[in-house]
Design a protein around this ligand. Structure first.
Ligand SMILES: Cc1cc2nc3c(=O)[nH]c(=O)nc-3n(C[C@H](O)[C@H](O)[C@H](O)COP(=O)(O)OP(=O)(O)OC[C@H]3O[C@@H](n4cnc5c(N)ncnc54)[C@H](O)[C@@H]3O)c2cc1C
Length: 375
């Protein structure tokens, strides 16, 4: 963990606030980027508790209820939450993706309407990007929102939308112009999930949870003030959102890695030299990721690297954990949850293969892979 005397006072205050909240039972255990439905109520309470006590939105402006501090203070908040194994926010989709997008691209009315209520958790958000035929190739999305007078008519289907069954609003990408090249005819919306014609169907995952959903739109009347940014300018808004999603990965998640590895050693008993090598490798990769995140500054190239390192680290850690504990423990040990969940992390937010493509083409300058479409 970084030591910076400008932030030390804030770090102490944050640690104290969190410790008191843990002791009083107000804090919610950490769960990663996506809110698990069984912790929904606890997490809602924790977000509201932070807001009511002036500890929500560390780097958000004070006029929308935030603390008005710097992104570095926010990193400290995340580190202290990770150390205490407490969730730093309600969910990534609202407190990072929607919130930062509205701060960047929202009108005054949208900032007024959504920022404070998101921090207070009056609004829980989901992300409505992926479709059955458009995941890695997001620009191929086919959900349509056609302008009709003063509103848009939305039709189509989204899939893998985490927390959609709990959400009041969703950040949505939909095609508003089918004549334009595919990246250019897309608009970004702040969609009210309670509108007529929005239907959410949870999907059961192999963990047994129903954390993500299919979402269907049938002639949904979407007011034009739901557009974030420009009509047909949604691709740029969405790319900044993906940057936030990928770049945030791993900022603090590796802080508790050492403790998890110690748990593995304690629970396993005899460990052979090959397994020791495996533990050391995971620890070193965790440290490398943490160091990368601490030095990242404003460098946007870090996002795909951090996302790739974090997803692969989580997957390999879960595999190692399972191999150390042995077959029987897979039936009983809570770490089976991590084992079943970790493959999804190599896909969510953009798959590892896609991050490798981005790193190869945009950072290393390798030749682009052949395009199958004309745009
Ligand atoms: C746990 C979880 C939560 C999610 N939450 C959300 C959410 O809240 N909102 C949302 O909108 N989406 C969400 N997603 C969806 C996620 O963003 C997509 O699954 C992801 O972008 C991959 O898209 P796809 O599933 O369509 O796979 P595809 O794009 O069909 O890819 C299938 C396979 O082909 C590989 N592949 C594809 N193209 C290439 C290429 N050019 N080069 C090399 N390999 C390639 C991929 O890496 C993958 O292995 C979530 C996914 C998961 C697993």
């Amino acid at each position: 963990m970084r030591s910076d005397h400008r932030l030390d006072g804030f770090r102490d205050e944050a640690a104290l606030f969190i410790a008191q909240a843990v002791a009083s039972g107000d804090a919610c255990p950490s769960y990663g980027a996506i809110l698990p439905p069984d912790l929904h109520m606890k997490a809602m309470h924790w977000q509201r508790f932070c807001f009511d006590n002036g500890w929500a939105g560390v780097h958000w402006p004070s006029e929308c209820g935030g603390m008005g501090l710097t992104p570095e203070h926010n990193v400290v908040w995340h580190e202290e939450c990770a150390t205490a194994e407490v969730s730093p926010y309600l969910n990534l989709q609202g407190l990072v993706l929607a919130g930062e997008a509205i701060m960047r691209s929202g009108t005054e009315d949208q900032r007024e309407r959504f920022l404070r209520s998101t921090l207070r958790n009056d609004i829980l958000w989901c992300q409505l990007f992926s479709e059955p035929g458009a995941g890695s190739d997001l620009a191929g999305l086919q959900s349509s929102a056609i302008l009709d007078g003063d509103h848009f008519v939305l039709n189509g289907q989204k899939v893998w939308s985490s927390n959609a069954q709990l959400a009041q609003f969703g950040i949505l990408m939909a095609r508003t112009d089918f004549e334009q090249p595919k990246h250019k005819g897309i608009t970004f919306f702040l969609l009210d999930m309670t509108l007529d014609g929005v239907e959410v169907r949870p999907i059961k995952q192999m963990t047994g949870e129903r954390e993500f959903c299919e979402v269907f739109f049938s002639d949904v009347i979407v007011p034009s003030d739901a557009v974030l940014g420009d009509v047909n300018g949604g691709w740029g808004v969405a790319m900044a959102v993906l940057q936030d999603e990928r770049g945030g990965a791993g900022a603090s998640g590796v802080i508790s890695l050492r403790r998890r590895l110690e748990d593995m050693i304690r629970d396993t008993g005899d460990i052979n030299p090959v397994q020791i090598d495996g533990l050391i490798e995971i620890l070193n990769r965790g440290r490398a990721l943490q160091t990368l995140m601490e030095r990242r500054g404003d460098d946007s190239r870090i996002a795909p690297i951090a996302k790739l390192m974090n997803s692969e680290l989580g997957y390999d850690e879960a595999q190692l954990d399972a191999s150390l504990r042995g077959a029987h423990s897979m039936l009983t040990n809570p770490s089976i949850q991590a084992l079943l969940y970790s493959p999804g992390m190599r896909i969510a937010g953009g798959s590892s293969e896609i991050q490798r493509n981005i790193i190869g083409e945009r950072i290393l300058g390798l030749p682009r892979e052949p395009q199958v479409t004309s745009d």
